[in-house]
Design a protein around this ligand. Structure first.
Ligand code: FPP
Length: 227
């Protein structure tokens, strides 16, 4: 993930920085890979490869801007319903990216985190993810938080289960349940909420992403499919 931003990107970053008010936490729904490929008569997976380039570009831009947390919706629980071949190719792409980018993450002092039902990921992905998270755990410049097998409803159901168990065991009085109780039981516990949520490729939906955490976030939807 060597910084490979073009001169025009660097200029834009400087202009944005000069205006100030840089978001602390940006969350991105990375959409449009399939359409990007279709537009070029390429297989969908070519779009996902291009998506990895976009991840790099987003990370590099956030480093340049001084953003502290970047959360990427890389694989939703709904994505499991995609054709088996597409899912397995995406999993392979994740393993490959995690393997090849860990050193660069360290060079750029980026700490990797993940949110989601990671137990449902293939063993090889879990291993690579665990290893990359451990190897980058000491970094403090920026957090790259990957939402993998993630959905906002799944996370809320899990939080309700945990809180219910605490109530049943007598550890928690239901009258004491407040917003912080919920936030503390989400996979993003300890992280500030996103200031900005970006969705690429023109769809005006939040698609089960960070349902609780986006309550006060600004939303930006980028135009249909970028070049
Ligand atoms: C949405 O585009 C994108 C995905 C479902 C997968 C994104 C994941 C990657 C690019 C791999 C990321 C890897 C790492 C290590 C973060 P789409 O297929 O829904 O596009 P469409 O809406 O045009 O069909």
């Amino acid at each position: 993930m060597a910084i490979k931003l073009k001169a025009q990107d660097i200029k834009l970053i400087e202009e944005v920085k000069a205006k100030g008010n840089i978001p602390n936490h940006i969350a991105i729904i990375m959409d449009g890979n399939g359409r990007w490929a279709k537009k070029r008569s390429l297989p969908r997976i070519a779009g996902h490869h291009k998506g990895v380039d976009s991840v790099r570009h987003a990370v590099e831009t956030c480093i340049g801007l001084g953003v502290k947390i970047l959360t990427l919706y890389a694989f939703s629980t709904e994505n499991w319903k995609r054709p088996k071949e597409e899912v397995s190719t995406l999993m392979r792409l994740m393993v490959k990216s995690l393997k090849s980018e860990t050193d660069e993450l360290n060079e750029n002092k980026i700490k990797l985190m993940s949110i989601g039902d990671t137990h449902s990921l293939p063993e090889i992905v879990r291993q690579e993810l665990k290893s990359a998270i451990e190897k980058t755990s000491h970094n403090d410049k920026m957090i790259l938080n990957l939402a993998l097998s993630y959905s906002g409803r799944w996370e809320l159901v899990e939080a309700v289960k945990t809180i219910s168990k605490e109530v049943l065991s007598g550890k928690l009085n239901p009258d004491q349940i407040c917003e912080k109780t919920i936030s503390d039981n989400l996979t993003t516990a300890g992280l500030p909420e996103p200031d900005l949520m970006i969705r690429t490729s023109g769809e005006f939906r939040i698609s089960n992403f960070l349902l609780w955490q986006l309550a006060y976030s600004e939303i930006f939807i980028s135009s249909e499919v970028s070049t």
